[in-house]
Design a protein around this ligand. Structure first.
Ligand SMILES: CC(C)(COP(=O)(O)OP(=O)(O)OC[C@H]1O[C@@H](n2cnc3c(N)ncnc32)[C@H](O)[C@@H]1OP(=O)(O)O)[C@@H](O)C(=O)NCCC(=O)NCCS
Length: 474
């Protein structure tokens, strides 16, 4: 929704913020909050007017297939930050991934000097405008200033049992940080509805700022001696500092991480992690509670965990063929794929609930690999799998989309840079996804979106409906 800026509404919001003594301006070292305060009134007014003038108009209808089949594609949710086309793929605030790579500032400066910075993407998702490099850098600095963890969080991560899945640790650590929730404490004090956006904003930036250290601690404690790869370094950007704390100190890996966070951030609102954050937030649970819930959805193997499953599948393929003394060829991959399918399992990294073509998030990772690791054996394997799998899945005849999704490629890139712990991969997806779902959560509160409450029916209700309406509703 592109809406005009109305300066008179801006002034009244500024006045409101001042009257309520909002910490807004004092903690706004990047200028992002001030910019949002300028934009918000016009967006709020436009949505209100749309609802008033057009609220009764029908935009979709629902079949019994959709009702039983996981609500596929039913238009029933407002999600501002991105929109998915089944054939073209995702657009973030109207921009495709190649356009983001072309327009968003990179760590080195100009867009063409490297991959887009996640800080710049966050600005775009929130404000619907491409930030300057100076704005992206200022946001990096503001995130660093907000990054200190509550005292109890690090000891808690260190005390987690060794075998606890990294996603369980991530979700728990986000919950533990909820003690710092501005939204929860202001709500308890009886804050005004008109300021929910501001408390959400504070929590959003704080939690995003704290994720790198939380995730690095989880990584280092789960697989190593618990010592961070490097101390927190505010002189770097978000991704560079994160990679150093992980202990993967390679500029190429930091570039991958920038791209990785950007492309995993948002995939419109209906996917499970996005929808969960939006749903939980609609009860006015604060952003920590909402994001933790979102991560639990992401941890499912049909969703974000598929990236760990893909690498497991590829390595299983390599090992099985090696043990049998069979060469990796299109035919031997096809045979292995059929073994997987005949065992009643899915091919991880292929298929999608909405997309009907190769995922552009797959394509951009492929291009990254062609540029940085064209001769890597696992990349070659992924390419050969890509050559045969759409045909196998088409012959299998079940999946509506036989093409690869985002998870099909990411593990191979991570492994190239020495990231071998593949049951951690979904945590990295989680860092990216947090950017998208938190940005939308901000707009959920800024636009006063209500408690979500779709209607469910029983199968008995459906039987009666069919009896009374043999042709369905028109
Ligand atoms: C993503 C996914 C869950 C979408 O599910 P969906 O919307 O139900 O997909 P479809 O409508 O195409 O599914 C129709 C059938 O094809 C099957 N199918 C879909 N993708 C498949 C795959 N990659 N391998 C084997 N079978 C697949 C489904 O399991 C379903 O079988 P069923 O009728 O026996 O239940 C599904 O494609 C999948 O399981 N992919 C593998 C996991 C994955 O990569 N997840 C990450 C998504 S980004």
């Amino acid at each position: 929704m592109k809406l005009a800026f109305k300066s008179n509404a801006t002034l009244s919001l500024r006045g409101l913020a001042q009257r309520h003594g909002v910490r807004a301006m004092s903690t706004d070292s990047s200028g992002l909050k001030a910019r949002l305060m300028e934009i918000m009134p016009a967006k709020q007014a436009a949505l209100k007017a749309m609802k008033k003038d057009h609220g009764h108009k029908i935009v979709d209808k629902v079949t019994i297939d959709q009702l039983i089949g996981g609500a596929r594609s039913i238009k029933s949710m407002l999600w501002e930050t991105s929109l998915l086309d089944p054939v073209e793929g995702i657009r973030f605030r109207g921009y495709t991934i190649p356009e983001l790579q072309e327009k968003l500032p990179s760590y080195a400066g100009p867009a063409d000097a490297g991959e887009p910075m996640p800080e710049a993407l966050l600005w775009l998702l929130l404000c619907d405008e491409i930030p300057t490099k100076a704005q992206a850098d200022a946001l990096s600095a503001e995130l660093h200033a907000r990054a200190k963890l509550p005292d109890h969080v690090e000891p808690m991560i260190r005390a987690f049992p060794k075998g606890m899945h990294p996603m369980t640790q991530l979700s728990s650590a986000i919950l533990a940080m909820q003690t710092d929730s501005v939204f929860a404490s202001e709500y308890a004090k009886g804050t005004s509805k008109a300021l929910y956006w501001e408390h959400t904003y504070e929590d959003m930036l704080n939690v995003l700022a704290r994720l790198p250290e939380v995730c690095a601690l989880i990584y280092r404690c789960t697989y190593f001696d618990g010592k961070l790869g490097a101390p927190y370094d505010k002189s770097l950007d978000y991704s560079g500092n994160f990679c150093q704390m992980l202990g993967l100190n390679d500029p190429g890996f930091a570039e991958l991480m920038r791209l990785y966070i950007v492309i995993h951030s948002d995939h419109e609102g209906g996917n499970a992690s996005a929808h969960t954050c939006h749903l939980v937030g609609s009860t006015l649970s604060d952003p920590y509670l909402s994001l933790s819930a979102s991560m639990n959805a992401l941890a499912g193997p049909l969703h974000g965990l598929a990236n760990q499953e893909v690498l497991g599948w590829l390595l299983g393929l390599q090992n099985t063929l090696k043990e049998k003394g069979v060469e990796v060829t299109p035919q031997s991959i096809t045979d292995f794929a059929w073994e997987t399918l005949k065992a009643g399992k899915v091919i991880p990294g292929y298929g999608h609930a909405v997309l009907r073509k190769t995922d552009p998030r797959y394509t951009c990772q492929r291009e990254f690999a062609l540029k940085h690791l064209p001769d890597y054996d696992l990349f070659k394997l992924v390419n050969t799998v890509y050559e045969v799998m759409p045909g196998v899945l088409t012959d299998h005849g079940k999946t509506k989309n036989p093409y690869p999704n985002v998870d099909s490629h990411s593990g191979v890139l991570l492994k190239y840079y020495g990231f071998d712990q593949y049951d951690y991969y979904t945590v990295l997806f989680g860092v990216g996804r947090a950017y998208g779902v938190c940005a939308q959560l901000f707009w959920d509160r800024a636009l006063s979106l209500p408690l979500e409450r779709p209607k469910s029916v029983t199968s008995e209700w459906l039987e009666n409906f069919i009896k009374n309406n043999p042709e369905g509703l028109n």
